[in-house]
Design a protein around this ligand. Structure first.
Ligand SMILES: [Zn+2]
Length: 291
C-alpha cells in the first residue's frame, strides 16, 4: 500500500505580507472553530439522548465482560458506540440489510479498543463500514517453489483499508461474538489495523502517546515479532495465531485479539508483550475476567 501522510500544513506567515494577514488568520480561526466546534456540539447533542435499551441488550451480548467494567468505562463505551453509529456510514452488500444489531455489535467491538484511548478520538479517518453477509472469497496468484504461477483461494473475514473503509463479513463477526475467549475476533483485528494506520501506514507502530512509549514499542514489539517469526519458521506452536508472522501489522492485529480475548494466557506466555499492550491500550482486560 502506498503510504500517505495526512497532515494539514499551514503556510508560514511573513510580516512583510501586509495588513491582509490578520484578516486571513481570523478567517482560518473562524473556520477551525466552526469545524471543530460544530463537531463538539453535534456530539454533545447526541450524547444528551438516552442510550436505547435495545442497544444495551446488544452491547451486553457482544461485550461479554460489560458488567465487570467500571461505571466510568461503561459510560465511555456507550458514548463511543453512540458516536460511532452516528458518524460512520454503514453499507450492506450482497443483499444484507444493515440493522441496529449489526451497527451496534460492530461499534461495540471497535469501541472496546478505545476504552483507555480517548486521546485517539473515534477512528477519525474512518468514514465507512462495509458489511457482507458471509466471508469474502477470492483467488490470488502466487509463484510456487517450481517457479510456476498458482491460483490460491483466499477466504477473508474482513479488511481494513488505508484511508478507506473497513470491510467485514457479518458471519465472521457473529462467530467472534459467539466465541469470546478463543483469541479470534475479526472486529478487534480490523480496528487494530485502523488504529495502526492512524499515524501512517499499517506497519505495527500505532500512534504512540509519548517519545518514551515510541522507544519502548520499537524495542519490545519488534523483538517479540522477530522471536515469533523465528518460532513459526521452526514449526513451534505458540499461543499466538501463526497468521501474526505475516508482517508486523498483522502481528499487532493478532496480538490485540489475544490481549482482549485471552489476556491471562498472553500474560503467562508473553509477559513483556502483555505489559506493552496494557501500557498502550491503557487497560488491563484480566480485571474484566471472572475468577
Ligand atoms: Zn489483518
Amino acid at each position: 500500500m502506498r503510504v500517505e501522510h495526512d497532515r494539514t500544513s499551514f503556510p508560514s506567515v511573513s510580516r512583510t505580507l501586509g495588513p491582509s494577514i490578520p484578516w486571513t488568520l481570523h478567517l482560518i480561526a473562524k473556520l477551525i472553530n466552526w469545524l471543530f466546534g460544530s463537531k463538539a456540539r453535534r456530539r454533545e447533542q447526541l450524547l444528551s439522548e438516552p442510550f436505547p435499551d435495545a442497544w444495551l441488550q446488544i452491547v451486553r451480548r457482544t461485550v461479554h465482560f460489560y458488567e465487570r467494567l467500571s461505571e466510568n468505562e461503561k459510560r465511555r463505551l456507550r458514548e463511543c458506540i453512540q458516536i460511532f453509529v452516528a458518524e460512520k456510514r454503514f453499507v450492506g452488500c450482497a443483499g444484507l440489510m444493515v440493522t441496529d444489531d449489526i451497527k451496534v455489535t460492530i461499534a461495540a467491538g471497535a469501541c472496546v479498543l478505545l476504552l483507555g484511548l480517548p486521546r485517539l478520538d473515534i477512528f477519525p479517518k474512518l468514514r465507512e463500514v462495509i458489511v457482507y453477509p458471509d466471508s469474502l472469497a477470492d483467488s490470488v496468484e502466487a509463484i510456487g517453489p517450481d517457479g510456476r504461477p498458482y491460483q490460491i483461494s483466499q477466504v477473508r473475514a474482513g479488511e481494513a483499508w488505508l484511508r478507506g473503509p473497513v470491510v467485514l463479513a457479518w458471519s465472521s463477526v457473529r462467530r467472534s461474538v459467539a466465541s469470546p475467549v478463543d483469541g479470534y475476533n475479526v472486529v478487534y483485528h480490523e480496528f487494530a489495523h485502523v488504529i495502526d494506520m492512524q499515524n501512517s501506514s499499517a506497519d505495527g507502530m500505532p500512534p504512540p502517546a509519548s517519545k518514551a512509549q515510541y522507544d519502548r514499542w520499537a524495542r519490545v514489539f519488534f523483538k517479540e515479532f522477530d522471536r515469533f517469526v523465528h518460532a513459526s519458521h521452526r514449526g513451534m506452536l505458540t499461543l499466538i495465531d501463526p497468521y501474526g508472522a505475516t508482517n508486523p501489522a498483522e502481528f499487532f492485529a493478532v496480538v490485540t485479539e489475544h490481549f482482549f480475548e485471552q489476556p491471562r494466557q498472553l500474560e503467562i506466555n508473553h509477559p513483556e508483550l502483555f505489559e506493552l499492550l496494557a501500557d498502550y491500550y491503557q487497560v488491563n482486560p484480566i480485571r474484566w475476567r471472572k475468577g
